[in-house]
Ligand binder design. Structure first.
Ligand code: ADP
Length: 438
């Protein structure tokens, strides 16, 4: 309206004035010329407006006076407000996507046609689904595990669907589906590899313990049946059976003792208390215990040339005692065993060397696993529980020490416990000569 008032009225007035002063032909000519001029000017303004509105971000609004100036001003203001609102929405969306990408569980949204709408980063690692690449793809064609399509069809299913990752380092994921709104579904994947590994270890452990206890229990219960039948055995037989039963009972007791030791070690991260352990005294004790176990069948030497060791005496005694006992049990009569404590560079090294049966290289990495034995018969015959080295490893770990094993079949083995320098008393003088027995 204002456009008409400011442009057309003055021209109409000029035409009227010209008509009055001259004649009507002049008036019409003046009015037509004026209107033509107005049309040309407005058409040019409209063209430059159209060019600007196509991409208002690229350049500032053209400098215009009058109505066009006002239109540009109002539109620029409105566009600025809209741009600010869009930036804000984009920033919020970005922070939401970042948060979803930080979630360790995989999240995928699929629509009613099972087409992928959105997925977070973990979904890419777990299921190989990446958006935008897989946007619109049918989820069953991306997760090709048998049974998955049927699982998708049961939204209320309480138990998860388990899938294995195709990657070389196989991982296990539990998938769940959650209805989302009217038509969509949220697929959640959870990495359950470690939980399943622990569960497998637990059930293997229970199976092993049951097996270990079952054998002596079967023997004892068999003997007890004979005992019940009084007349079926002589006094001598009875005594022999009683001896065998107490041997089996001792075996069960040492298994239970070792299990309790292991579970106590696992329950606490660090020893309850630490002290300066007098290694002279500890080695003398280990030597005496070794001699009693060997009953004179081996030559045993102990030499202490290192400082006092900071640690839990009871635990260290248990770990070192296990190594000495193994050396005696896996060394035939007449063999030699050396127990040593010395400094090697910065480290304090406790070692037990034997001239026994030795261990083939392929067994070495698995020796500290629970119930792992190279020779099951020999272990059982010598009263082994299969838990000794697992206990040793645990105790050494709690003392930041490393277990090193050197062995050759038929020549013997050396087990070394290497302690860091900060566990050694710095100013201790080296100790005396080897103590020998045998
Ligand atoms: P075990 O009670 O069977 O001795 P350990 O955990 O102490 O269980 O040892 C695991 C296995 O390592 C043993 O069964 C044995 O085969 C092997 N082993 C351990 N120490 C020695 C050694 N000094 N010489 C030969 N083999 C050994």
């Amino acid at each position: 309206m204002r456009l008409v008032l400011t442009n057309v009225l003055p021209i109409a007035g000029l035409g009227l004035l010209t008509t009055l002063l001259h004649d009507s032909a002049w008036g019409w000519a003046t009015t037509t010329l004026g209107l033509l001029l107005v049309v040309i000017v407005q058409t040019r303004s409209l063209a430059s407006f159209a060019a600007w509105i196509d991409d208002p971000q690229r350049s500032d609004a053209p400098d215009h006076a009058g109505e066009w100036g006002e239109i540009y001003l109002k539109l620029s203001r409105r566009l600025r407000v809209e741009a600010r609102a869009r930036d804000e929405i984009e920033a919020r969306l970005r922070s939401f996507t970042d948060a979803m990408d930080a979630v360790p569980d995989g999240l995928v949204i699929v629509d009613g046609n099972h087409q992928v709408q959105w997925a977070n980063r973990a979904a890419g690692d777990h299921l190989g689904i990446r958006v935008p690449r897989d946007g619109g793809a049918i989820i069953e064609q991306l997760v090709r595990t048998p049974g998955f399509a049927e699982y998708l069809g049961k939204p209320g299913e309480p138990s998860p669907f388990i899938v294995q990752s195709p990657a070389a380092r196989a991982r296990t994921y539990a998938l769940r589906i959650v209805p989302l709104g009217q038509r969509n579904t949220l697929l959640v994947s959870l990495d359950v590899t470690d939980a399943r590994r622990v569960e497998t270890m637990r059930s293997t452990f229970v199976a092993n313990v049951s097996h270990e206890l079952r054998t002596p229990l079967t023997v004892v219960s068999g003997f007890l049946e004979h005992f019940a039948d009084e007349g079926s055995m002589s006094a001598e037989q009875r005594q022999q059976f009683a001896h065998l039963m107490s041997e089996q009972t001792r075996r069960m007791l040492s298994l239970v003792d070792d299990l309790l030791t292991l579970s106590r070690l696992e329950a606490e991260d660090a020893p309850a208390s630490e002290e300066e352990v007098d290694m002279d005294e500890l080695l003398a004790q280990l030597l005496a215990e070794g001699q009693s176990l060997s009953e004179g069948r081996h030559r045993i030497q102990a030499s202490c040339k290192g400082p006092a060791l900071r640690g839990n005496r009871k635990e260290l005694h248990s770990a070192f005692g296990n190594l000495v006992s193994n050396a005696i049990r896996y060394t035939p009569p007449g063999g030699e065993i050396r127990i040593k404590w010395k400094l090697r560079g910065e480290l304090g090294v406790f070692s037990v060397r034997d001239s026994g049966v030795g261990i083939a290289a392929e067994h070495l990495p698995r020796l500290t696993e629970r119930f792992y034995r190279v020779d099951r018969g020999r272990s059982r015959d010598t009263g082994g529980t299969g838990l000794g080295l697992a206990i040793v490893k645990h105790i050494l770990l709690r003392h930041q020490a490393n277990l090193a094993i050197d062995s050759r079949v038929g020549e013997g083995s050396t087990f070394r416990a290497e302690f860091p320098d900060w566990r050694l008393r710095p100013d201790d003088p080296p100790s005396d000569d080897p103590q020998t027995s045998g």
